[in-house]
Each structure stands twice: as C-alpha cells, then as structure tokens.
Design a protein around this ligand. Structure first.
Ligand SMILES: NC(=O)c1ccc[n+]([C@@H]2O[C@H](COP(=O)([O-])OP(=O)(O)OC[C@H]3O[C@@H](n4cnc5c(N)ncnc54)[C@H](OP(=O)(O)O)[C@@H]3O)[C@@H](O)[C@H]2O)c1
Length: 331
C-alpha cells in the first residue's frame, strides 16, 4: 500500500484524482488540502466513497506520504513541491511550474522568475508515451498541460519520424469549460459560455505554446476555443509533411503507439469525437490526407482534459513510478 497526499483537493483536477484513487487497490489517501474548505470533510464538498477531513495546506505533513499530488495553480505549486520533495515524498505536479526546461521560458510565459530553477533538470515531463523510462525513477514529475497533451501526442510521431517539412504547425483546439478550473470567473460562468462559442488568446499568446514547442520541436500557431461543454478537448492540427509522403508512411509513424494502453490511432477514414473519450484516460487520433503531393494532412485528436489531460495522466504516472500496472484504476 502506498500513501498519497493531495494538495488542492477541492479543485476540478483534485476531485477527479480522488475519484480515481478511491478505486486504486494499492493506494491510501493520507491527506487532502484546500484553503477555503479547510475544516470541512470531503463529503461536504463532493459525494466520495472515501471521506477525509480537508486540512489547510500548512497542516499537511508531506513526510507521511510516498507520493504528493499538487493540484494547485502555477506559482502556488512550486513552494509546495519543494517542501514535499524536501520531506522525502515523490511529487507529481499538475501545474505548469516544472514543465519547461529553460527557466527563461518560464519567466517569459509566466511573467515571473522561476521559483526553483535548480530543480528543473530533475523534473521529468510526465507523458509516459514519451518518457516512461525516466518517469519510473523520477522524484518530480511535471504532469503535462491539457491542451499540450492533445497536441504533443499526435504530433510527436511525425516529428520523431522526421516527416514534418514545415516546423510551423497550425493548431485549432476546443476545450470544455472545466479546463479553466473551478474558481469563479466572468469568462467561464454559465451565462457567458452556454450556447455560444469563442476563440481566445489566438496566435502565439497562450502559455501552453511553450511546452508544445518544447516537446515537438515545432513552432505552434495556436487558436484555443472555449466549447460550451464541461469536459473534453478536440484539437485539429494542420501539418505540412515532406511532399509525396503517402498515408501508409504517415500511419507507420504512429506504430510507436501500437502497445500504448491509452493512445490510439483510428482506422483510415475515421475521425475522433469527444464522446469517444470523455470520462476515459484515452487520447484518440485520426488522420485526414488533404493533398498528399504537397504533404498536407490534417490530424484530429481528442481527450478528456481532466483525465488524459490532467488527473488520469497523473495517476498513470504514479502507476509507472510505483511499479504498478500502468492502467490500474484507469480502465
Ligand atoms: N482543469 C484542467 O483541465 C487542468 C488540466 C491540466 C492541468 N491543470 C492544472 O492543474 C492545476 C489545478 O487545476 P484545477 O483546474 O484543479 O484548479 P481549481 O479547480 O481552481 O482548483 C485549485 C485547487 O487549489 C486550491 N488552491 C488555489 N490556490 C491555492 C493556493 N495559493 N495555495 C493552496 N491551495 C490553493 C483550491 O482551493 P482553495 O482556493 O480553497 O485553496 C483548489 O482546491 C492548475 O495548475 C491547472 O493549470 C488543470
């Protein structure tokens, strides 16, 4: 049995993690933190199978756990991560604080100097499909962002196979509202999102561009959209491959995912939909040739932002780190 602690247990990713962990046969949740709900119980916030007191972050003792999950906003997460590491816990950080390898990139995209640059070379980007062997022994796993997961997984095979002719890749992503977290904000409340559809931060503005560029080697032009659903991301990716690359060769690049439990390529002619993946830890990918002579293809990928895009991938990472079956409590 391993003991885990959850910082930020009352947020969307924290609650999703609790729902998953309560079904894990080898996990005991030792503490759950939040500031505003401190003093209540988890069952006061959500109907959960397990019930725990919610404690203030300062009251949590990371020395009592094997793995700490930090489901906190970026900036707030790094000091907690450092404290948990110092106490001997292994850490899975769902925030962006340790995803970028270059502290200058963090400062540029997050408008503040990195709070712990000395830890960046020890943090492993937590995408098992790319870094499984490094994740196994990592003390600190930087869980990827939700949009980036839906872009890096479908682009990585093409970049790795050297098929991209143009490093500029246009990505058009649509996310459910839960991607913005549970805190109240004018942009994401029901009246502002229901029965409408909007783009925001388009071009080279969204912070997630930094990790997409870092992990794909491409230069991403990114148009995020707010979809009037609670969960799910669909990313449409416009790539220019080497002229004349046939569909069979493009598909062959995705053979690296053949044994992956959660990342799947659809058969020819099929495109993925959100309903295929919502409430699962899957990322499902479809390929559409547009002009093979010119190397133009469109790739479509879907995931649940709260699962493969956040807490599901975090649990997948924990399973890898602890030597459990990678799919445990995720299927
Ligand atoms: N939502 C997604 O789809 C998604 C996907 C991938 C990654 N992420 C990342 O995962 C992290 C958590 O996201 P979320 O959507 O779960 O956020 P959320 O719904 O806003 O929840 C944040 C949690 O952290 C606590 N918290 C907030 N500020 C804090 C602080 N300064 N110190 C201590 N605790 C604090 C909140 O409760 P109190 O305010 O009461 O303390 C709450 O429990 C973020 O870094 C986010 O970018 C989110």
């Amino acid at each position: 049995m391993i003991r885990v602690g959850i910082y930020g247990a009352t947020g969307y990713t924290g609650f999703e993690l609790i729902k998953l962990l309560q079904c894990h046969p080898h996990v005991q949740i030792s503490f759950a933190t939040a500031r505003s709900a401190a003093g209540k119980r988890l069952s006061d916030e959500f109907p959960t199978l397990i019930d725990l007191p919610i404690i203030a972050p300062e009251a949590a003792d990371p020395a009592t756990v094997d793995v700490a999950f930090c489901c906190l906003p970026h900036g707030a997460s790094a000091p907690t991560v450092m404290q948990a590491l110092a106490a001997g816990a292994r850490v899975i950080d769902l925030s962006a604080d340790f995803r970028l390898r270059d502290p200058a990139d963090y400062e540029r995209w997050y408008n503040a100097p990195h709070p712990a640059p000395e830890m960046l070379d020890q943090a492993v980007y937590g995408m098992p499909e790319l870094y499984r062997e490094h994740i196994r022994d990592a003390r600190l796993v930087a869980n990827p962002g939700c949009y980036p997961t839906s872009v890096i997984l479908p682009l990585h095979p093409l970049a790795r196979a050297g098929l991209l002719a143009d490093p500029v890749v246009i990505v058009d992503s649509k996310s459910g509202v839960s991607g913005a977290g549970r805190s109240l904000s004018l942009k994401t409340h029901f009246g502002e999102t229901h029965e409408t559809f909007s783009a925001y931060n388009i071009g080279r503005k969204h912070r997630h561009i930094a990790e997409m560029d870092q992990e794909t080697g491409a230069r991403i032009i990114f148009s995020p959209h707010l979809l009037p659903v609670f969960r799910g991301i669909l990313s449409t990716i416009y790539v220019t491959l080497k002229p004349g690359v046939e569909l069979a060769a493009v598909r062959a690049a995705y053979d690296i995912f053949a044994d992956e439990p959660f990342t799947h390529l659809l058969p020819d002619g099929r495109l993925p939909e959100l309903r295929y993946v919502v409430n699962t830890n899957l990322c499902v990918i479809g390929i559409q040739p547009v002009d093979v002579d010119a190397g133009r293809y469109i790739i479509v990928a879907v995931e649940d932002n709260l699962l493969k895009g956040a807490s599901g991938q975090a649990l997948q990472n924990m399973n890898v780190m602890c030597g459990f079956d990678e799919t445990m409590a995720l299927t």
